[in-house]
Write a protein that binds this ligand. Structure first.
Ligand code: KIV
Length: 273
């Protein structure tokens, strides 16, 4: 058995994540959508980069995650992959590329793996996507599940409020987690559910559970990078910790630049040929 810790591991794989859960070592995950950010995140030793369909909101300016296309996701994923030496890169299957059709799920996943050279795919849903998970796995493609608040179903839920507060929905979520594990998912994201329920799920399955707004008793945490870096000022859910206020910092820098150009302060004598 290897005694190598994940910090020494040259590349984070799905097996490394499994070993981390067994050791009790927390998994760090962030979203990334482009080459330059992904390069910084990988240098900072993030374990997993998610090319999330939140790109629909933060990169394309849509109100929901529904409009982003498979071609757009592949383009984001291909630029992230080029930047990464160490992190595991997981790519969201976008809305409409897998629902209700396991053959479409397989074909979309193959495109992501072949055209972007990604390491794994993620899809939203429980029992209803089990057949798709199994079919994607027949091609040797690792699959991450996503339960709780699943933004691709926003028009079914009607709100972005905390999910599974009632017993029936909590019981379904636990059952869905078990079904996804049995189907072969290597990990699950749990979004915006009560911390006690997330703990129960993390204890009842062997695969790593990565939480977002799901409390501390899970195997890892994920945040949308634009939110934690403060690029996005309009989104402030309770679960979010902001590590920077990049919106303000960038605005200040650009105002400074505009003023320097207007006053002919830039470029100075040293900044010319
Ligand atoms: O698309 C995304 O950013 C996600 C995270 C919220 C987990 O799915």
């Amino acid at each position: 058995m290897s005694t190598q810790t994940h910090k020494e591991a040259k590349k984070v794989t799905t097996h490394v994540l499994q070993e981390m859960k067994i050791r009790g070592e927390k998994i760090s995950m962030l979203t990334a959508y482009d080459y330059s950010m992904a390069k910084i995140f990988d240098a900072a030793k993030i374990d997993v980069l998610l090319v999330g369909d939140s790109a629909s909101n933060v990169m394309h300016g849509h109100q929901t995650t529904l409009p982003i296309t498979l071609d757009e996701m592949i383009s984001h994923a291909a630029s992230v992959i080029k930047a990464v030496d160490r992190a595991l890169v997981v790519v969201d299957l976008p809305f409409g590329s897998y629902q209700g059709n396991s053959k479409a799920a397989l074909n979309s996943s193959i495109r992501i793996m072949k055209e972007a050279e990604a390491h794994a795919v993620k899809l939203e849903g429980g029992e209803e996507v089990v057949e798709s998970v199994k079919r994607i796995l027949t091609a040797g493609i690792p699959v991450m599940g996503h339960l709780g608040l699943t933004p691709q179903s926003i028009y079914k839920f009607g709100t972005y409020e905390v999910r599974a507060k009632e017993n029936a929905e909590a019981a379904k979520l636990i059952n869905d987690a078990r079904l996804l594990e049995q189907a072969g998912c290597f990990a699950l994201v749990l979004e915006k559910i009560p911390a006690a329920l997330a703990k129960q799920v993390a204890e009842s399955v062997k695969i790593p559970i990565i939480g977002i707004g799901a409390g501390p008793h899970v195997d890892g945490q994920v945040l949308v990078s634009h939110d934690m870096l403060g690029i996005n000022k309009d989104f402030s859910p309770k679960f979010l910790r902001r590590y920077l206020n990049l919106y303000d910092e960038i605005q200040k820098a650009v105002e400074h630049y505009v003023a320097d150009v207007k006053s002919s302060d830039f470029p100075n004598e040293k900044e010319q040929y």
